[in-house]
Design a protein around this ligand. Sequence first.
Ligand SMILES: [Cu+2]
Length: 137
Amino acid sequence: MNSIRGKFEKFVFIMAALFLLLSASDASAQAGHLILVKMVDKPNAQFAFEPAAIVAQHGDTVRFVQASSAPHNVHFDKLPKGAKLGDAAIGPYIIEAGKTYDLIIDSRFADGAYPFVCDPHQSVGMRGTLTVGPPTK
Ligand SMILES: [Cu+2]
């Protein structure tokens, strides 16, 4: 009897530990924020990122949303020390309305300021700055 009870207690303990583990990983998956940046038309054949200044923490996702009549991309033209964006330095063109481009702020991003432009429209004001910083307390 004693050993059955012991096994049962062990089972309960393992289930409780699993539950805690699962809920902990759930919490970390939800920790990142989704930050929306629209690519929009402006009067006089100008274009813009809205908002143009964004702040993100590691684990966040920046989602660029095509809400304009022209194709746009996201090109980080100046990187802070330690940043290794690779392919993400120059993003793909987003063409159809409603299409999105997600940029996950992961280990490629060192803390600092990341000015970005849309390549064909930087001369008509389509530029912004992403600031990556430690979590605010
Ligand atoms: Cu553009």
